[in-house]
Design a protein around this ligand. Structure first.
Ligand SMILES: NC(=O)c1ccc[n+]([C@@H]2O[C@H](COP(=O)([O-])OP(=O)(O)OC[C@H]3O[C@@H](n4cnc5c(N)ncnc54)[C@H](O)[C@@H]3O)[C@@H](O)[C@H]2O)c1
Length: 327
């Protein structure tokens, strides 16, 4: 097999590309570098700079590299931005995906792995979210991921493409400091950012119906997530692979924002108490994955805990913000 990894110069994509190449898979990355960093990839992984929604380029890349499977990570991913710019999010995450799937079907590629998100579930009133939990996304971003899943499965059925949709929960950490997330959109980098500015971490609401009143999430180390992609790719590589599979990728363990901030204080040595602010609209009190299907169908379970996620994310942060390490 040769795998085309779209968005492979991104935070998660670079981890996936490295893990797959490291395990002996042939990979080629397609990334328009709108948010990606070419240096995240070692020279042995070919990088094509361009859009995963450019039909002519896709036709050429799929043929030239004799691609037999696609791992599609390229997407816009900011929830708040998607509320302000829904048309752009639908154009990129849904319209662009349709172009990619047309190229894939046209080239006779029969394996497809799609980056989905826990955002498809919205705010379900359940203890553990299984893949059968009804999907009711709360943002245009989540809607584009759910619509994307529908498109992937429909195209798979119509064109004989075996498909896997991985619904990632809260991704954190880095396998190497240079591979860390450069954005400040998730809670861990947001807290690092506050500490680096000499400000207290913020908690948005401590009156949720949870044991300590703060929101509970399921954090997954990006290195574990990359291994889940490898496991899914191996499953898709089977000669008789067919049909579709949708899988949660999480640890099955809830961690509250307050617990997370305590771990961040232990790792950074900065113990200033957090300030509590108003709830943010759309934050679910609890979102924890059932990881049973991933174990059963992919033979995959997470290895790393929250401490390792925070430690590795902090190393990556300090690399780009040396002033933080000195505080
Ligand atoms: N980070 C998370 O917590 C999280 C959680 C759930 C799902 N996801 C999904 O995982 C995927 C990767 O997310 P990430 O955190 O690595 O984001 P990222 O922004 O670091 O990576 C996305 C990559 O895609 C590239 N890209 C964007 N549009 C492109 C296009 N049209 N053609 C080619 N390349 C393009 C960007 O340059 C970037 O390298 C996304 O699909 C995202 O929705 C992320």
């Amino acid at each position: 097999m040769t795998w085309l990894i779209t968005g492979g110069a991104g935070y998660i994509g670079a981890h996936v590309a490295r893990a797959m190449a490291g395990a002996g898979e042939r990979v080629v990355v397609l990334d328009d570098i709108s948010a990606g960093v070419p240096d995240r990839l070692p020279p042995k992984i070919p990088l094509v700079e361009g859009s995963a929604h450019d039909a002519a380029l896709l036709k050429r890349v799929l043929a030239e590299h004799a691609v037999t499977g696609v791992v599609h990570l390229a997407a816009l991913k900011q929830v708040g931005e998607s509320v302000a710019q829904p048309l752009r999010y639908y154009r990129e995450n849904v319209g662009g995906l349709a172009v990619l799937l047309e190229a894939v079907a046209g080239a006779g590629v029969t394996r497809f792995l799609f980056s989905s998100s826990a955002a498809v579930y919205g705010n379900p009133d359940v203890n553990m979210i299984t893949e059968a939990t009804p999907c009711a996304p709360l943002s245009p971003y989540g809607e584009t991921k759910l619509t994307g899943e529908w498109l992937v499965r429909a195209a798979g059925r119509a064109h004989g493409i075996a498909t896997v949709c991985l619904r990632y929960f809260n991704v954190a950490g880095a396998a190497e400091p240079e591979l860390a997330d450069t954005g400040v959109f998730n809670v861990i980098p947001m807290v690092f950012d506050r500490l680096t500015r000499d400000e207290a971490p913020r908690i948005f609401g401590d009156d949720y119906p949870t044991p300590d009143g703060t929101c509970i999430r399921d954090y997954i180390h990006v290195a574990d997530l990359a291994e889940a992609h490898l496991a899914a790719a191996r499953r898709l590589s089977a000669a008789d692979a067919s049909g579709d599979l949708t899988v949660n990728i999480g640890r099955g363990e809830g961690v509250s924002v307050r617990e997370l901030i305590t771990t961040i204080a232990e790792v950074t040595g900065d113990h200033r108490p957090p300030v509590v602010e108003a709830r943010r609209p759309g934050d679910a009190p609890r979102a924890v994955a059932s990881a049973d299907r991933a174990a059963k169908e992919l033979g995959w379970t997470a290895r790393y805990g929250v401490r390792e996620m925070v430690e590795s994310a902090w190393q990556g942060w300090c690399l780009r913000h040396p002033e933080a390490a000195r505080n």
